[in-house]
Design a protein around this ligand. Sequence first.
Ligand SMILES: [Zn+2]
Ligand SMILES: [Zn+2]
Ligand SMILES: [Zn+2]
Length: 387
Amino acid sequence: MEHVEIRVDKLKGRSLFAVKDFKKGDILFEETPLVCSQFEWNALYKYLACDHCMKSLENAEDMSRRLAANPSLVLPFPQCCKVKKEEHTVCPHCKVLYCSDGCRDSAWHLYHRVLCQGASVADPNHPTEKLKDAWRNMHYPPETSSIMLIARMIALVKQCDKKDQILSKFAEFCKSTVNEEEHIAHKLLGKEFQEQLEILRSLVCEAFYDEHVQQWFTPEGFRSLFALIGTNGQGVGTSSLSVWVHNCDALELSDEERQTLDAFIDQLYVDIEKESGTFLNCEGSGLYTFQSACNHSCQPNAEVTFPHNNFTLQMVAVQDIKAGEEICISYLDECDRERSRHSRQKALRENYLFNCNCSLCQSQIDDPDVTSEEEEEEDEEQMQEDS
Ligand SMILES: [Zn+2]
Ligand SMILES: [Zn+2]
Ligand SMILES: [Zn+2]
């Protein structure tokens, strides 16, 4: 990362700064995660993805057939689908899927030797299966995290010859106080989070105990680890259907052909929404060293994208950025970003445990604390859930 640098401040923690000028639209950097994992429900519901890089493995037509529950659907312009089935491969022992020999070998070399369950049909009594099952029963869709991210962190350390190096990389991620850790666990597991955490901890111990990371297996250590993936995990979404749509957009067509194709795609998304709601992508989360150093702003100068249909993250400037300027992204999704200062701050406090002091929030400091009706309804629902 020659063009950005992480600065560490005792009070503020890590921040990311530009070391050269960037124009709007420039790529600041690309990075792959230290560790990444598909979500458990997402995998169970056959959103087929490479077990290492999360590349979407169904071809676009199969994916749209499944999502729209229409087995006879035919996509025009099949050449716009870039899935290469002939390159796909499996672990010879447990048969998990990979997009390529390269991903299979990387996974084996980094963590899969520890995690491989050997048999091609998962044994429900295998400690890892028990752990996944327990996790799915605690964390329903829409998913925001995965216990297998923790499993992979442990496996990475177990397989690594230079354990100090990998542990110091994990140590760079943002840490929370005990109160914050409890809040995050509550958010992810619901009101019985303390018992649930203890169940998960004992299952993780049973499956992966390792003396080199003893500290992660104590109740306090496990809670911290859980909070670490909760606060630092960056969502990853991939879809061979999106790739097909994107490539269709670039086709040179007559006006009439373009209209027909656009109408087809619009209808396809309507049909998919009816059947699958908002669950369109292969989804998971990963830990990224540079992205996780980016602080939030309600008026960000950069955004995260996944242009390669896999876990490779690209940070793109959404405004001109000068050398020496801090790089900020928005932790809020698009609809939350449009809301009032009061609502934005509430969402950031609840999900990310801080009070936003960005330039936009500063400039709106005198705005009345109003919430729209929709937000009030959400507040009521939340209160009912909590009670
Ligand atoms: Zn892959
Ligand atoms: Zn395997
Ligand atoms: Zn703000």
